[in-house]
Design a protein around this ligand. Sequence first.
Ligand SMILES: [Zn+2]
Length: 236
Amino acid sequence: MDLKWLKEWGDDALRVIFPKVCEVCGRSLTRGEELLCMHCYLDMPRTRLHQEQFNVIHQRLAGKAPIDRATGYFYYYRDSDYARLIQNAKYKNRPIIIEQLARMYVKELKSDKFFDDIDVIVPVPMHWFKKLRRGYNQSEILANALSDATGIKVCKSLVAKRGHKTQTRKGHFERWLNTKDLYDVKDASQLKGKHVLVVDDVITTGATILACCEAIHSQSPSTRISVLTLSVTHLQ
Ligand SMILES: [Zn+2]
């Protein structure tokens, strides 16, 4: 028996009792909408960086680490409604936002073959103490969601050797100093000769991802590295 109508009726009833709202504008979501209403979904400041061979992410990492492909879903303008997506996911205990954004992004990237020949997804690690305090590492949530949507496995071979102070108000050089030698690779053989996709929720100056790439390359020079983030900060 086809019970699809029953499920749809149940979903509609639930929506009336517990209305889901758009994370950007607060409007009630209708059937088929997830996380964002159609208007905010279409209005999202997408970067489309995966369509550029040498883009702003390559530039931020240029000359310091050879990066194959690099992309980020949308531009992050401080205090913008879309930046709030990342802030809520990270600081307000809403990791589900990361999962939903990852699913949406994979759908858009798949047709451009972004994930072709990527062997393994590597999340930017978080020091264990910080993870204990927050309850989760948003980059791991992202890596797992990307893995579910693409079938590419996750490898947690990068580790954070120590905690580092928040980077929010630091300049380029300070960020670089703050992250230098911060990461290490355990069991580099897992990455040898592979094409890895390093993932993080946001890229700002690129210091964090650069430090990860340097750690991978120093222990496994044959590894090819690509980068994916959900948001890309606009630098002044
Ligand atoms: Zn909206």
